[in-house]
Design a protein around this ligand. Structure first.
Ligand code: SF4
Length: 82
């Protein structure tokens, strides 16, 4: 989800969300995230994007096809299995 200003890495240049209305990636609720998730599902850099968001603990928006709540779940699961 590229609306936030940041340095552009190789994976970000291939992102499917480039040029798409950033509001789509900031749904009001998880239930409103379907459009963003559909774009992410086709994105060639989805895994890199998700890992980035997990590593930097990105709090807002859909990244790598997951909402903030879903990313928190992934992080909790990883902590439990670490
Ligand atoms: S996975 Fe989604 S949010 Fe991440 S770069 Fe691709 S389209 Fe953008």
């Amino acid at each position: 989800m590229l609306m936030i200003e940041r340095s552009t890495t190789a994976w970000q240049q291939a992102a499917s969300c480039r040029g798409i209305d950033p509001a789509i990636f900031h749904p009001e609720t998880d239930e409103d995230a379907d459009e963003a998730k559909a774009i992410c599902a086709m994105c060639p850099v989805r895994e890199a994007c998700l890992e980035y968001a997990l590593v930097v603990r990105e709090k807002l928006g859909v990244w790598g096809g997951l909402t903030e709540r879903e990313r928190r779940r992934v992080l909790r699961r990883r902590r439990r299995t670490a």
